[in-house]
Design a protein around this ligand. Structure first.
Ligand SMILES: Cc1cc2nc3c(=O)[nH]c(=O)nc-3n(C[C@H](O)[C@H](O)[C@H](O)COP(=O)(O)O)c2cc1C
Length: 391
């Protein structure tokens, strides 16, 4: 389907397009979450419990969307979040995302689980790039990646703290994700018909050299980490608060803790000197049953909003969702699936379309609210249904 078609008007349409192009295993990896997906569902329903309070008959001839995040001036109030295995969804994956972010004046956060090299992603982008760190592969592997990110010119390090072990993503188990990543061809057989039914994805996957190891997780003395070994690598190298002083010695730029969900952790991040935090449930893919990140955002902003930059992600599918999160105190938001569906549907053009959808939506929402800039947004523009907040 053509991206300019009137049938592609919002992120749900991009999601539908991605579903058609991808085999089930890849689509569900992108779309799914942990256990019963309670947190995933709550992430979307929470936005429906925040209602706008517009001011009409206010002139808003233009709306200023610029924000400054970690010292970087961004033309848009959203950044593109780290999405592991982007290259599996589309061969251009991380390259396409960093280029689209740069073209549109915003930042891209590259996942440790990238299929493209740190240096190549940076070289393609004209915007600020940040690096997301897991300790998968241990401190030796992380040291190598941090040094490469620093040398390449990445501006900030996002340390993801919500992944002491990979979440229980049952869709991945049922779809044979592990078997498909593995080397035993007989174990893959059961899943082959579904893959053959998605020839356009399959041809691009073959042309891209098929399943490859992670080029930014280099195990000392052993080479790049194989995709099939990721879960074990994550588990054997959990990030803890005590790692921060070690990371600080390797990285002199801003450090952001990604995956903060309580006031206690937010305060701890501030005490440890984090320049920012991302209030995030990791898209509901880690601990299922935590509240939507939107519900904890107001309390965290009250507690630490004047001490560190509070970013937000989780469930943003419309520009109006981004506006609500910023009204509740986020400095800016991260888009995860919101752009990744576009990437999976159509590579560069799909991400561009997703960004355009969000930009237009945000401007329209601000105008309808009677608010002429992102900077002016505050909690007086929204009201929360009783019982919304979780502290
Ligand atoms: C397919 C997928 C892969 C992800 N990979 C990573 C990752 O490698 N590192 C990380 O910190 N977060 C990762 N995340 C979480 C995102 O960075 C972000 O927090 C989340 O997607 C936001 O929620 P949303 O998808 O509802 O917008 C991933 C999310 C998805 C959906």
């Amino acid at each position: 389907m053509n991206l300019a078609s009137p049938r592609i008007v919002n992120v749900s349409d991009l999601r539908r397009m991605a579903r058609r192009r991808l085999p089930d295993a890849v689509f569900d990896y992108l779309d799914g979450a942990a256990d019963d997906e309670v947190t995933l569902k709550d992430s979307q329903s929470a936005f429906r419990e925040v209602m706008f309070k517009p001011r009409f008959a206010v002139a808003t001839p233009s709306c200023e969307l610029a924000v400054t995040v970690l010292g970087e001036k961004l033309a848009l109030p959203f950044l593109l979040a780290p999405i592991g295995y982007s290259r599996l969804m589309h061969p251009r994956g991380e390259l396409a995302a960093s280029m689209a972010a740069g073209r549109n004046g915003t930042a891209y956060i590259l996942s440790t689980m990238s299929g493209h090299r740190i240096e190549d992603v940076k070289a393609q982008s004209t915007g600020p790039t940040f690096y997301q760190l897991y300790l998968a592969g241990g401190r030796g592997a992380a040291e190598g990646a941090i040094a490469r990110a620093k040398a390449a010119g990445y501006k900030a390090l996002f340390v993801t703290i919500d992944t002491p072990v990979a979440g229980n993503r049952e869709r991945d188990v049922r779809n044979g994700m592990k078997e498909l990543m593995g080397t035993n061809p007989f174990k893959k057989l059961k899943y082959v018909p579904n893959i053959l039914a998605h020839p356009s994805w399959l041809l691009s996957f073959i042309a891209d050299g098929m399943s490859r190891p992670f080029p930014n997780i280099i195990l000392p003395g052993r080479g790049p980490l194989a995709a099939v070994d990721v879960a074990a690598a994550l588990e054997s190298a959990q990030v803890t608060w005590t790692d921060l002083s070690w990371i600080r010695k390797l990285w002199d730029g801003p450090i952001v803790m990604k995956g903060v969900m309580t006031i206690e952790d937010a305060r701890r991040a501030v005490d440890e000197g984090a320049q920012g935090i991302v209030v995030s449930t990791h898209a509901g893919r880690q601990l299922d049953g935590v509240a939507a990140s939107l519900r904890v955002l107001p309390g965290i902003v009250e507690a630490v909003g004047d001490k560190t930059e509070v970013l937000f992600d989780g469930g943003i599918r419309r520009g109006s969702d981004a506006v609500k999160a910023i009204a509740l105190g986020a400095k800016a938001v991260l888009l995860g699936r919101g752009y990744a569906y576009g990437m999976a549907a159509a590579g560069d053009a799909g991400i561009e379309r997703a960004i355009e959808i969000f930009r237009v939506d945000i401007v329209r929402t601000l105008k309808l609210l009677g608010c002429s800039s992102i900077a002016e947004l505050n909690s007086s523009y929204v009201t929360m249904r009783p019982g919304f907040r979780v502290d």
